[in-house]
Design a binder for this molecule. Structure first.
Ligand code: AMP
Length: 217
């Protein structure tokens, strides 16, 4: 499977990408996670990216495209991949299209997760993330068994720097300005499948798997 997950911040792309990656045995390639690792390690790329990320704005296309192209060359991506958070602009989508066409490996599908803005804000402002295994929790809908501790690996949970309400609202706005047009891009090419993401995590996974059952690998 070669999948792209689209949808505004808070739609659950990361959570669903992790589920699908597990079920299909293919890597989840999250540009947000890769960028946050660079920020944490203070690399040149991380220092540059941080100024954009802290404001809820997009990191420049050339930086992100190069990063993804390199990641897709790694052996684990040979069987397929789930792109989570990429592409986010038309130039990124075009770069991906060219690279996949050259490799003779077109996308299988693009899944668009939809959710109302207020629900997205509620989800993200109460989100806590494990810095180690990347599992996410939500104080309101999905709290960890022990407060502040990851159920999976015991690490102390953190809040993402860009999950405060003001930045979340800006991220939703930026999605609308720059990424919503990708729906049309992929609909025109026959790839787009829509998933109502305003439900429990397990229900959204079931809906997604039902859609993918009809997709040729
Ligand atoms: P995410 O973890 O997907 O919510 O991404 C967090 C932040 O990383 C975004 O708000 C952007 O600043 C940056 N980012 C992630 N993916 C991209 C992308 N494909 N293009 C530009 N910026 C990105």
């Amino acid at each position: 499977m070669r999948l792209v997950l689209l949808g505004p911040p808070g739609a659950g792309k990361g959570t669903q990408a992790a589920q699908l990656a597990h079920r299909f045995g293919i890597p989840q390639i999250s540009t947000g996670d890769i960028l946050r690792e660079h920020v944490q390690e203070n690399t040149m790329l991380g220092v540059k990216a941080r100024t954009f990320m802290d404001r809820g704005e997009y990191v420049p296309d050339d930086v992100v495209v190069e990063m993804v192209m390199e990641r897709m060359q790694e052996p684990d991506a040979e069987k397929g991949f789930i792109l989570d958070g990429f592409p986010r602009t038309v130039p990124q989508a075009e770069a991906l299209e060219v690279a996949l066409a050259e490799a003779g490996r077109p996308l299988s599908a693009v899944l668009k997760f939809s959710i109302a803005d207020d629900m997205a804000v509620r989800r993200l402002t109460a989100r806590w993330t494990c810095p180690n295994c990347k599992r996410t929790y939500n104080l309101e809908f999905k709290p960890p068994a022990q407060e502040g501790i990851c159920d999976e690996c015991g690490y102390v949970l953190e809040r993402r720097a860009d999950d405060d309400e003001l930045t979340v609202r800006r991220r939703i706005e930026v999605y609308r300005e720059q990424t919503a047009s990708l729906e049309r891009f992929y609909r025109d090419r026959g790839y787009l499948r829509e998933v109502d993401a305003q439900a429990r995590e397990a229900d959204v996974t079931d809906r997604t798997m039902a859609i993918l059952a009809d997709i040729k690998d």
